[in-house]
Design a binder for this molecule. Structure first.
Ligand code: ATP
Length: 246
């Protein structure tokens, strides 16, 4: 299978804090890959390294066939990264936010308009809402536009850091539906992080469980259950993370 991301024994420290102690996994073309782990486990650091925003200290990182950090400028142009605290321009409408971002990613105005229209469709917001200033949006509406902004680019690799954190049950459900539907329709590879086991189970083809900067398990949900000798993912995670505290 063709891999889009390959990480081997990646390490990263911030001062005395060892954020990543040993991170290795592959992400294959066309899959939704989930990184799950407790607070401070190293999820954001891993995603920022893949997104070319942070340089790793040791180990091997390859994204879309190009080694980092050497080819970071090329890779940066090929990925869409949605940070956990992604903001919209509050003084612009939802549509204008999409169009503004589309113009950065497009070679001409026609392409930008086509891309923004796809973004509007992905967001699922009504035309009336799309033409309101985003400062008036609920968190759920804003996140829909932010996720649409990442997906509409059809970048071969889309990275979503905790796309549903802070949202209520209904808004989270809508965001998950959007990700699942458009990942397949647009044929993009997605890496996302989450604390939510149900979310990971619903969305992801394969999962990596990370804790204290180390990968504890990687595989399909079934493989992880087998590895942990557990009957459901929650039990598997508690067993594997619990083991790492002993
Ligand atoms: P959360 O679920 O809380 O967002 P996370 O799994 O994304 O956590 P990271 O944000 O990657 O975890 O953090 C891993 C560790 O590295 C933490 O101890 C964190 O405090 C530390 N860390 C991350 N970024 C920095 C930074 N820029 N400077 C100093 N320490 C950092």
């Amino acid at each position: 299978m063709k891999y889009v991301v390959k990480l081997r024994n990646v390490r990263k420290s911030f001062g005395k804090t060892q954020a990543l102690r040993s991170v290795s996994f592959d992400v294959y073309e066309g899959e939704i890959f989930g990184l799950i782990g407790p607070n401070g486990a190293g999820k954001t650091t891993t995603l920022r390294i893949i997104s070319t925003l942070v340089r790793h200290d040791e180990g091997y990182v390859n994204v879309l066939g190009y080694e980092l950090p050497k080819y970071k400028d090329y890779v940066r142009g090929k990925i869409a990264y949605l940070p956990e605290d992604a903001r919209l321009y509050g003084r612009l409408t939802g549509w204008e936010n999409l169009l503004y971002f589309a113009m950065i990613y497009s070679k001409d105005k026609e392409e930008a308009i086509r891309m923004a229209k796809l973004g509007a469709e992905i967001s699922g917001l009504s035309p009336t809402d799309l033409h309101r200033k985003t400062s008036e949006y609920s968190k759920g509406m804003a996140r829909r536009v932010a996720v649409a902004r990442a997906l509409m680019t059809k970048a071969p690799l889309v990275i979503l850091d905790e796309p549903t954190t802070g949202l209520d049950v209904f808004s989270s459900y809508n965001i998950r539906k959007i990700i699942k539907k458009y990942a397949k329709e647009l044929k993009v590879t997605i890496i996302l992080s989450s604390h939510n086991i149900l979310e990971i189970q619903y969305l992801c083809d394969r999962i990596a469980l990370i804790d204290k900067g180390k990968i504890l398990a990687v595989g399909t949900p079934e493989e992880i259950l087998e590895q942990a000798k557990a009957s459901n993912l929650e039990e598997a995670f508690i067993k594997l993370v619990g083991d790492s505290y002993e």
